[in-house]
Design a protein around this ligand. Structure first.
Ligand code: HEC
Length: 373
């Protein structure tokens, strides 16, 4: 190859001497926010420029294993030891290749615990959407907001319609990425659809509501939660059901627009298609909410899974969870493991990186907290 990696080749890094980022003056007027950012970048760059060949080699080996599921070739390692710019360019070539996409599909099949074709349901729809977003530089919030689905057509991830919807208009108005795929809806169905609501939080906010209630979201007033069948509105029970069900009930109620089989089907009455309580009775929204109460999420009224998903995708828990998961991929850790302290600033840059998975992974893979680990 023999190619030299100039400043232009670098998406994220700007090397001293290339970009004109100088050292801020040591004295003078107080530093502006921007000055702090520049100073911080200079420190990060200085650390990066000092990486040893051994560190770059070891880091590239881990990146190849965790993102491509293969070993780095000797040629790739010899390229990467030429310095952080060459290392970064090698990582970028990994992110641009087909092995990255294949590996993302496998990661998400495991992550969602959904794969294969069973009784006409494409259980790969969630993993395919996630891998499509990563591979094509989409904003990853579309995992919750995409009004389209993705399937594998002739070996290519291809945008198309979603199996949960019978018509394009309903899909446009109700589609909410993974949350409205038939695979997700059937895979997480349960009495009252609490599991559908909790899985969304567990997967995308890294918060299991059964062990870690969402205290930011006050949900409904106690008299807005239905007292029918169950004591969801009980404040004196131990544990106080209301403490969690105040926001779980409104979220779950939105999922009643999708039947037991995962089809968009507002308020089904056929017991074969409707959710059922533990006594076998057809369960309806009235089991969760007092008639006339409007579901709310973080104080905002929401009337569909799509409404909820748009707010949820913009929430800080979603951002933090994405940073946690992506850095854990690189570190070979479990999705539920907390973000390691050395890489905390990856989380703070998710928005600046446009929720772009490749940019976030590249930043993490070139971070001193990773390379010099
Ligand atoms: C710490 C939070 C929390 C508290 C307190 C709590 N719940 Fe729940 N509950 C949940 C979550 C989360 C789920 C969904 C779990 C899942 O993912 O399947 C759930 C599910 C349920 C279900 C559905 C079970 C099924 O059929 O799938 C019922 C019924 C229920 N809760 C009733 C109650 C009652 C009654 C109380 C009070 C005695 C209570 N819960 C207290 C969080 C809580």
């Amino acid at each position: 190859m023999g190619r030299r990696y100039g400043c232009k080749a670098l998406m994220v890094l700007s090397l001293a001497g290339c970009s004109g980022v100088g050292n801020p003056a040591a004295s003078g007027p107080p530093l502006s926010f921007n000055d702090y950012v520049v100073r911080h970048q200079a420190a990060v760059q200085a650390a990066q420029l000092n990486f040893s060949a051994g560190q770059l080699r070891a880091a590239l080996r881990i990146v190849a294993q965790t993102l491509l599921n293969r070993d780095a070739t000797e040629f790739e390692m010899q390229t990467a030891v030429n310095g952080i710019a060459a290392y970064s360019a090698t990582v970028q070539s990994y992110l641009a290749g087909p092995d990255f996409v294949t590996n993302q599909i496998h990661y998400y099949q495991n992550f969602f615990s959904l794969t294969g074709q069973v009784s006409g349901v494409d259980y790969d729809e969630p993993a395919h959407l996630a891998a499509f977003l990563s591979a094509n530089d989409h904003d990853f919030r579309e995992i919750l907001t995409a009004p389209y689905c993705v399937s594998m057509v002739g070996g290519v991830l291809t945008q198309g319609s979603c199996s949960a919807f019978g018509d394009a208009a309903a899909q446009a108005q109700q589609g909410a990425g993974v949350l409205t795929t038939k695979a997700y809806l059937t895979g997480t169905r349960s009495a009252f659809y609490f599991h559908r609501a909790n899985a969304a939080s567990t997967l995308f906010a890294c918060r299991n509501l059964a062990t870690s209630p969402d205290l930011q979201d006050h949900g409904l007033l106690v008299n807005e939660i239905s007292a029918q069948l169950k004591t969801f509105n009980c404040t004196t029970c131990n544990p106080a059901c209301y403490g969690c069900h105040n926001n779980l009930n409104p979220r779950a109620s939105l999922f009643y627009a999708f039947d037991w089989m995962g089809n968009y089907d507002p308020n089904p009455t056929d017991p074969a298609l409707a959710a059922q309580t533990d006594t076998g009775a057809v369960s309806t929204v009235a089991d969760l909410l007092t008639p006339g109460a409007s579901p709310r999420f973080l104080g905002r009224q929401v009337s569909s899974v799509q409404d909820f998903a748009k707010l949820f995708a913009d929430n800080i828990d979603f951002r933090d969870c994405l940073a946690q998961r992506l850095t854990n991929i690189l570190l070979g850790r479990q999705p539920t493991d907390p973000l390691v302290p050395e890489l905390q600033d990856i989380r703070d840059h998710v928005v600046a990186n446009g929720y772009n998975v490749k940019k976030i992974l590249l930043e993490a893979a070139t971070h001193p907290g990773f390379v010099a680990r």
